[in-house]
Design a protein around this ligand. Structure first.
Ligand code: 5AD
Ligand code: FES
Length: 349
């Protein structure tokens, strides 16, 4: 029964909600292994054994939002706030380029200091100094005009997790001034403007049900993103969700494999959060269908301050250490890091 559902998905057939529910909730080990191995096969069909590197530069821990799960939410008075200067960001890129990175991801809280003019100048400089590199932004909700200007300055990709496609759950995770409708509009705008677009959600977020996860999968089918980011929810001690339980490694891995089968060509990272809840989480993610890793390129002096959740890994190491560490981890899982931009195979630029 489960096996038939898995084969149906592998053969590119859409599953019913009931079938998805069975697949998401199963703890059958044999079915889990079949799902994983087919996901790995599909990933290898399109991306071989290649694993792409994304150098994550955490440009600001200031955030005007107050998401209930996030450690840098504005009402966390214990959060240490910083922002990187233009020069600091450029030196992260120079360091990263030497280490073989060909994608730089600028991520930060929603910080109005980073105006379009300021960001465009940085993007233009990165693209002129490193023309063979892709620039990814992960800076939250902005206006269509802003997204257009950043794209025209040279940005290639944008990560904006939708967080929860079900309105009732979205509202439990976010303050009232944020809306799912706006979040979805931003994502469709990013697609329209020609960004390789990433959406995604946390696995095991407080109040999340299997039905909610199915809504997330259905939303992703509508959006057809080039990238999907999922990782387990991990509580942060200074947030309203401090006592909630963390998301499960097994469920995250199962969902990664389901995503690989539903979206065969998607760029799928084995996330830092997955490496945080399980010491071998990222290796297991690669074996379950992932093809991207995102080592930290931020200056060591600020790393502990970009604390979205507790016990985040890689906060004490230099960029070169993270790079080397991941190289070993990726090859131990049987894959190879490649020094390429790593665009979605459907995306010819
Ligand atoms: N646990 C796991 N992931 C988190 N994120 C934010 N807070 C947490 C947390 N407590 C994720 C969100 C966001 C991304 C940058 O980090 O999904 O989109
Ligand atoms: Fe950062 Fe291992 S990936 S230290």
């Amino acid at each position: 029964m489960l096996k038939d559902i898995i084969l149906k998905l592998y053969n590119n057939n859409d599953l019913s909600d009931d079938e998805l529910k069975l697949l998401i909730e199963t703890d059958d080990l044999q079915a889990g292994e079949l799902l994983r191995s087919l996901a790995d096969e599909v990933r290898q069909k399109y991306y071989g054994k290649d694993v792409y590197l994304r150098g994550l530069i955490e440009i600001s821990s200031f955030c005007k939002n107050d998401c209930l799960y996030c450690g840098i939410r504005r009402s966390n008075n214990n959060a240490q706030r910083y922002r990187l200067s233009h020069e600091q960001i450029m030196s992260c890129c120079e360091n990263g380029y030497q280490l073989g990175f060909r994608t730089f991801v600028m991520q930060g809280g929603e910080d109005s200091f980073f105006t379009d003019d300021y960001l465009c100048a940085i993007i233009e400089e990165i693209k002129s100094k490193f023309p063979d590199c892709a620039v990814t932004l992960s800076l939250g909700e902005r206006s269509e005009e802003s997204y257009r200007r950043l794209k025209n300055a040279g940005a290639d990709r944008y990560l904006l997790r939708h967080e929860a496609a079900d309105n009732a759950l979205y509202e439990k995770l976010h303050p009232s001034e944020l809306s799912l409708e706006n979040r979805k509009n931003c994502l469709f705008t990013l697609k329209k403007l020609g960004y390789q677009t990433g959406a995604g959600f946390m696995v095991g977020a407080p109040f999340q049900t299997t039905e909610n996860i199915i809504s997330d999968l259905r939303f992703l089918q509508k959006l057809q993103p080039e990238m999907i980011g999922i990782g387990p929810f991990v509580p942060h001690h200074d947030t309203p969700f401090h006592s909630e339980k963390q998301g499960s490694t097994q469920l995250t891995l199962r969902l990664l494999s389901i995503l690989r089968l539903m979206f065969p060509k998607v760029l799928l990272p084995a996330t830092t959060a997955l490496g945080t809840v399980d010491p071998l989480g990222r290796e297991k993610g690669l074996a379950a269908g992932c093809n991207v890793v995102m080592p930290n390129l931020s200056p060591v002096a600020v790393r502990k301050k970009y604390e979205l959740y507790d016990n985040k890994i890689c906060t004490g190491e230099e960029a070169a250490e993270c790079r080397g560490c991941l190289e070993r981890r990726v090859s131990s899982a049987g894959y190879n890091i490649v020094s390429k931009r790593g665009d979605n195979v459907d995306f010819n630029n």
